[in-house]
Design a protein around this ligand. Structure first.
Ligand SMILES: *[C@@H]1O[C@H](CO)[C@@H](O)[C@H](O)[C@H]1NC(C)=O
Ligand SMILES: *[C@@H]1O[C@H](CO)[C@@H](O)[C@H](O)[C@H]1NC(C)=O
Length: 414
């Protein structure tokens, strides 16, 4: 006679029957999750939705299993901004890391040439007509580097990784090609430690831990929402620094990830960045646009402003932000053109007003969601910064506009 099934087995069978409609598995202990996952697989019930349900538990064994079994994770889109039409070498170089994921390419609305994208990728391209069609008249200008934010809006994934189209995979000092996607995911899925600086940097990294004296009550960390990667070769300089140091290239690979401490501000770059879209989406906007903004990275401050807004919101809501690995290799094809931007570049003076503003900013405790925080922040920008320079009034407009766009087009249920 067959032994009677255990109560656990019966429960798992019952769960398996309803697996397609269960709302949440995150309360299950890991070993039961893994058992249920295996049963789901053998019953042929692992649909995209069910896989998401399992992955949302963040159970490491499940993630490992998914990798081992080479199951396509529908989690991550990658969003290269498109400022040049021929993306052939970009896609070829990123193929080993991107081909598993949904990729969004947003074409700069002012770029007229046709894009060239090799086959074999799951790519959705958005162009000016998609932007105009979806948003109609909007006060946000999505041209140039700002086109990426349209991709943030229309993606429906939990995590977004954005890499500029002039970047290729970097090599680490051992000569291994860096998998930027995996490193960003590790940064986002391991906790951040904003309340006290760990001198061993990321304590959750293999081979590291919390240093002596680190309070045990803080060792659980907080959820990391933003991962700011770095780049080799063409450093991200202001135009004047570019002009003065035209032959200088960044070769300094620092093998570290660290949490940016609570209250510390830093310049986020859109070149190589990843974030939790579900939480941070309402603050990932192109707000600040300087008057003579051009097509070059050094002409823009939209990502710096965006990063400062995201950092104060994360600080206020108790989320973490990391910087460091992964590196990408950034081309310097346009580096010689910085001189043109030098004459009228407004960025020099702007940051001297911007930084003290953010450093002294305190959002109220009644702002408990990212959306609340942005609405409050836009109000303070209008009150304190807008009288100094009209670009700040426009930034406040754009921030308010973004919260509306997010509600109608960005939120999961939009
Ligand atoms: C696009 O780039 C690829 C790879 O560098 C090259 O082989 C191809 O000829 C380019 N296409 C055009 C139209 O320039
Ligand atoms: C958006 O900005 C670009 C400059 O980057 C400018 O040429 C264009 O006219 C602007 N579009 C709108 C609708 O203001």
């Amino acid at each position: 006679m067959r032994p009677a099934p255990t109560l656990l087995a019966l429960t798992l069978d019952a769960a398996l029957l309803r697996i397609a409609t269960l709302p949440d598995l995150s309360r299950l202990p890991d070993h039961i999750l893994v058992d249920l996952f295996r049963r789901t697989l053998s019953a042929g019930k692992l649909t995209e939705r069910v896989l998401k349900l399992f992955l949302a538990t963040d159970c490491e064994e499940i993630i490992l299993l998914v990798q081992l079994l080479n199951i396509k994770q529908p989690l991550l889109p990658v969003l290269p901004t498109t400022l040049q039409p021929n993306l052939t070498s970009f896609f070829q170089a990123w193929q080993p890391f991107f081909s598993r994921f949904d990729i969004i390419v947003v074409k700069d609305p002012e770029l007229t040439a046709d894009l060239q994208i090799p086959s074999g990728f799951n790519v959705k391209v958005y162009t000016k007509s998609d932007i105009d069609g979806l948003l109609g008249a909007t006060s946000i200008n999505f041209s140039g580097h700002s086109c990426r934010y349209f991709g943030y809006l229309v993606s429906r994934k939990k995590y977004v990784i954005s890499i500029d189209d002039n970047c290729l995979p970097a090599k680490d000092p051992a000569g291994m090609t860096v998998d930027a996607v995996t490193q960003h995911m590790i940064n986002l899925k391991t906790p951040a430690t904003p309340f006290f600086f760990n001198t061993l940097y990321d304590p959750y990294r293999k081979g590291a831990d919390f240093v002596r004296g680190y309070p045990f009550s803080l060792r659980e960390g907080v959820e990391c929402m933003l991962s700011c990667g770095l780049w080799l070769h063409n450093a991200d300089y202001d135009p004047m620094t570019h002009v003065v140091k035209r032959n200088q290239r960044n070769t300094n690979y620092v093998d570290a990830v660290m949490t940016v401490p609570l209250g510390a501000m830093f310049p986020v770059s859109g070149i190589n960045v990843a974030f939790n879209r579900e939480v941070l989406g309402p603050v990932m906007f192109p707000g600040l646009r300087i008057r003579k903004e051009g097509k070059h990275r050094w002409d823009t401050l939209e990502d710096i402003w965006n990063g400062l807004c995201a950092k104060v919101v994360c600080d206020s809501l108790g989320y973490g932000v990391k910087t460091g690995l992964p590196y990408v290799m950034r081309s310097d094809a346009e580096a010689g053109k910085a001189l043109e931007s030098l004459k009228e570049w407004e960025g020099v003076k702007v940051m001297d007003d911007v930084l003290p503003f953010f450093e002294s900013l305190k959002l109220s405790r009644t702002a408990v969601t990212v959306d609340d925080c942005i609405k409050e922040l836009a109000g303070v920008v209008r009150q304190k910064l807008a009288p100094k320079n009209a670009i700040f009034a426009k930034a406040a407009d754009a921030m308010e506009e973004w919260t509306k766009l997010w509600k109608s087009h960005g939120a999961q249920n939009a």
